[in-house]
Design a protein around this ligand. Structure first.
Ligand SMILES: Cc1cc2nc3c(=O)[nH]c(=O)nc-3n(C[C@H](O)[C@H](O)[C@H](O)COP(=O)(O)OP(=O)(O)OC[C@H]3O[C@@H](n4cnc5c(N)ncnc54)[C@H](O)[C@@H]3O)c2cc1C
Length: 392
C-alpha cells in the first residue's frame, strides 16, 4: 500500500458503512462530506419512525430489489447483520407490527447517528466537513473547500454521493456531471417511492386512508394502505408500481381492489342481500367510510346493481397523470449504470474507484430496504477492497 488513505466521499449510510468495515480491519480511512454535518438524509429518514431494515426472511427480503446483483449484495450483509451491527454500536432494536425494524422507542435518530459516529471515531476514521468533490482521476480527488481546490491522493476511492431527492440534505446529484464528463454512463435519476398525481380530486376524502387494499397495474398487484391527498394518492403499494409505470406514458389507469380477499362472485352475493346499498357495503362487506365515499362517486346504475358494484369494488379505477417531483420523493431510481461497474462495484474506467448506495442504478421500496441496500453495498465494497489487499 502507498500510505495514502482510503478516501470516501459522502457521509451517508453507504459511505459510513464502507468506512466502518475498512477501519475495523485497521485501514486508514478519510471521509469527506460537503455538508457541515454527517448523514443528513439518514436523519430525515428517521422522522416519524426510524425504519432501519425489515425482519422478513432473507429470501423474501431480497426480492424487493429490482437488480439480481443487488440481491446478492444484500444477502452478503443482510437484515440480521444490520441488527447485529446496531447492537454492537449500542442501539438495541425492536420489530414493529408490520415487521419493520426500528431502534428501541426511547432512542432518537440523532442518537443512532451519534453512536455510529462515535464508533467510527474510536476506530480511527477521520471525517472532514465542507469538502465538495469536484473531480477525480486515477490517483487524486479534487475537493472544493472554502473556495480553494484541494488535491488528495487516495489508495482507493469510494463514492457514496446519494440520489437526487431532498437536495437540502446534500444529495444534489452534482456528481452526475462529473461522471458524464468522463463518459461514464448514468441512467437518468427519476422519482422513486413516489405518490401519483391524479386526474380526480379527492376533496371529500383528503387525508383519509384505505387500509388492507390492493393496488393493481397490469399484472402487478401490491397489498397495503394508501392515502388521498390534495394532488393525488400516496402509499407503499403505489410506490411499488413506480418501477412499472415509469416506463409508460402518462396518463394511465391503476386499480384499487377494495376487497382483495374476496372474489367478484362472493361480493355480488353479499350485495344481493336485503337492505340499502350503503348498509350492505358497511355491514356485509365491512367497508370503511372512505371506501364507501369512493364508491358513491360511481354512476347510479353501477352503484345500485350488485354485479357491477362488485366489479367496481375489485377494480376501482384511478387515473394517474404522473409521479411527484423528484425533490420531494423518498428516493430516486436511475444512477450509475451497472454496465460501468465490475463485481466489486468498481468503475471499469477507474478500477480503484468504487460506488456505493443510492447513486447506483437500483431501486427498492421503503420499509427499511433502501437503507439496507446502502449498508449492504457499503459493506460489499469494503469486503472487496479487503480481499484485494489480502491477495496482493
Ligand atoms: C423523507 C425520506 C424518508 C426516508 N425513509 C426511509 C425509510 O423509512 N427507510 C429506508 O430504508 N430509507 C428511507 N429513506 C431513504 C434513505 O434515507 C436513502 O436511501 C439513503 O440515505 C441513501 O444513502 P446514501 O448513503 O446512498 O446517500 P445519502 O444518504 O444521500 O448521502 C450522500 C452524502 O453524500 C454527500 N455528497 C453528495 N455529493 C457530494 C459531493 N460532490 N461532495 C461531497 N459530498 C457529497 C451528501 O451531502 C450526503 O451527505 C428516506 C429518505 C427520505 C428523503
Amino acid at each position: 500500500m502507498s500510505g495514502n488513505p482510503i478516501v470516501i466521499i459522502g457521509s451517508g449510510p453507504a459511505g459510513l458503512m464502507a468506512a466502518q468495515e475498512l477501519a475495523i480491519q485497521g485501514y486508514k480511512v478519510h471521509v469527506y462530506e460537503q455538508n457541515k454535518a454527517a448523514a443528513r438524509k439518514f436523519l430525515v429518514a428517521g422522522d416519524g419512525g426510524f425504519n432501519l431494515t425489515h425482519s422478513e426472511s432473507v429470501d423474501a427480503f431480497v426480492e424487493k430489489y429490482d437488480v439480481a446483483f443487488v440481491q446478492d449484495i444484500v444477502r452478503s450483509f443482510d437484515n440480521k447483520a444490520t441488527v447485529e451491527w446496531l447492537s454492537k454500536i449500542g442501539i438495541p432494536t425492536y420489530v414493529g407490527s408490520s415487521g419493520k425494524i426500528f431502534p428501541e422507542k426511547h432512542i432518537k435518530p440523532i442518537q443512532v447517528l451519534q453512536a455510529w459516529l462515535a464508533y467510527l471515531k474510536e476506530l480511527g476514521v477521520s471525517v472532514f466537513y465542507q469538502f465538495q468533490l469536484v473531480d477525480f482521476d486515477e490517483a487524486n480527488v479534487y475537493l472544493s473547500h472554502k473556495n480553494e481546490i484541494i488535491t488528495c491522493k487516495y489508495e482507493k476511492l469510494i463514492l457514496g454521493l446519494g440520489g437526487a431527492s431532498w437536495k437540502k440534505t446534500g444529495s444534489d446529484a452534482f456528481w452526475v456531471s462529473i461522471f458524464e464528463q468522463k463518459g461514464i454512463k448514468v441512467k437518468a435519476l427519476e422519482s422513486a417511492n413516489s405518490g401519483y398525481n391524479t386526474q380526480e380530486d379527492w376533496n371529500d376524502i383528503e387525508g383519509q386512508a384505505l387500509k388492507n387494499i390492493g393496488i393493481r397495474y397490469k399484472n402487478y398487484t401490491r397489498l397495503g394502505e394508501i392515502v388521498f391527498t390534495n394532488y393525488g394518492v400516496e402509499g407503499s403499494p403505489l410506490y411499488y408500481m413506480n418501477r412499472f409505470t415509469r416506463k409508460e406514458t402518462f396518463p394511465l389507469n391503476l386499480e384499487i381492489d377494495l376487497k382483495p380477499n374476496m372474489s367478484v362472485d362472493s361480493i355480488t352475493e353479499k350485495l344481493s342481500g336485503v337492505g340499502s346499498v350503503v348498509s350492505l357495503l358497511k355491514n356485509k362487506l365491512k367497508l370503511s367510510k372512505t371506501a364507501i365515499a369512493l364508491l358513491k362517486r360511481l354512476d347510479k346504475d353501477v352503484f345500485t346493481e350488485p354485479g357491477s358494484l362488485a366489479m367496481a369494488i375489485k377494480q376501482y379505477p384511478i387515473h394517474v397523470t404522473g409521479l411527484r417531483p423528484i425533490e420531494e420523493v423518498i428516493s430516486t431510481a436511475g444512477g450509475v449504470s451497472f454496465e460501468e461497474l465490475d463485481k466489486n462495484l468498481a468503475l471499469y474506467r477507474f478500477p480503484n474507484v468504487h460506488c456505493v448506495g443510492e447513486m447506483i442504478d437500483w431501486e427498492a421500496p421503503t420499509g427499511g430496504y433502501l437503507l439496507q441496500g446502502c449498508f449492504s453495498t457499503g459493506a460489499w465494497v469494503a469486503k472487496a477492497i479487503l480481499r484485494h489487499y489480502a491477495i496482493s
